[in-house]
Write a protein that binds this ligand. Structure first.
Ligand SMILES: NC(=O)c1ccc[n+]([C@@H]2O[C@H](COP(=O)([O-])OP(=O)(O)OC[C@H]3O[C@@H](n4cnc5c(N)ncnc54)[C@H](OP(=O)(O)O)[C@@H]3O)[C@@H](O)[C@H]2O)c1
Length: 243
């Protein structure tokens, strides 16, 4: 059996942790990001790409899934994301808003479509998409309007595509990982209160040691997927699942 997984945003944080976990479980992994990840494993392939440009990743996904023959089991983790721009919306440059929406929402939707086309071309292939969302897609935060909007959009798009695919098609999951110890949290702690009024809460989570290591989230998520614990269309949060 050939199991292959594609992970966007593989150079650090949750994406790197997902790659390492999937490799440890015996999968061939294609990682996509702009900078090279510190991963050396014979089953790891790296595609250097800016996910604001959709052409390269789509072609890479097709090549990876089909060569030398189509995978029996395939995963797509739409993980790459950005929280920038932050601050009151009326002070933001529309071009930076557009880039955030492209990276966090348009690209995952386009890659999901490309992945479904590739999987549907081979009826015996079992396919799963995991869109990495955020609690900020369910709860509003002043200063994070583009980020909250993109993640709420990703949740709703995931649920819609899950309805299209039904019980026999590609499984679509939206997964919020909780507050993790990654570079995105460093960016959040560096924000001014005028930019993000809740910044002190995130400083407290850091000093209390409450940030979740991304490796722990990756181990949990991959385990839940392989045990088939996440049903079609599930929109779930790590913190609710661990109880
Ligand atoms: N950290 C948290 O507390 C938290 C909480 C909730 C949800 N999330 C979500 O979890 C996911 C991973 O977050 P993280 O904390 O691991 O973030 P991170 O440490 O900032 O890593 C982000 C990843 O995305 C990649 N990326 C960013 N822009 C890209 C672009 N234009 N093209 C290609 N790759 C790009 C980065 O690679 P390059 O820079 O090398 O391209 C990097 O590998 C995100 O979707 C985030 O919204 C995180």
């Amino acid at each position: 059996m050939t199991g292959r997984a594609i992970v966007t945003g593989c150079s650090k944080g949750l994406g790197e942790a997902l790659c390492l976990e999937l490799l440890a479980c015996g999968y061939q992994v294609l990682g996509i990001s702009r900078s090279t990840p510190p991963i050396t494993h014979p089953s790891f392939t790296f595609e250097k790409a800016d996910l604001l440009d959709l052409r390269t990743p789509e072609a890479a996904i097709n090549r990876f899934l089909t060569a030398p023959s189509m995978a029996d089991e395939a995963f797509l983790f739409n993980n790459a994301g950005t929280i920038n721009p932050t601050g009151p919306l009326h002070l933001q440059d529309p071009r930076t808003i557009a880039d955030l929406i492209t990276l966090n929402l348009t690209t995952p939707l386009a890659l999901m479509g490309a992945f479904i086309r590739a999987v549907n071309a081979e009826p015996t292939t079992v396919g799963t998409v995991v869109n990495i969302s955020s609690g900020a897609g369910k709860h509003p935060y002043a200063g994070w309007a583009p980020y909250c909007g993109s993640k709420a959009g990703l949740d709703m798009a995931s649920r819609s595509v899950a309805l299209e695919q039904g019980e026999t098609g590609v499984k679509i999951i939206s997964f919020s990982p909780g507050v993790m110890e990654t570079s995105m949290q460093e960016q959040i702690r560096a924000m001014k209160k005028s930019q993000f009024p809740h910044v002190e809460r995130f400083h407290s989570l850091f000093t209390e040691g409450s940030l979740i290591p991304p490796g722990r989230v990756a181990r949990f998520l991959v385990g839940a997927l392989l045990d088939n614990r996440l049903p079609q269309g599930a929109t779930v949060d790590y913190r609710d699942l661990i109880g």
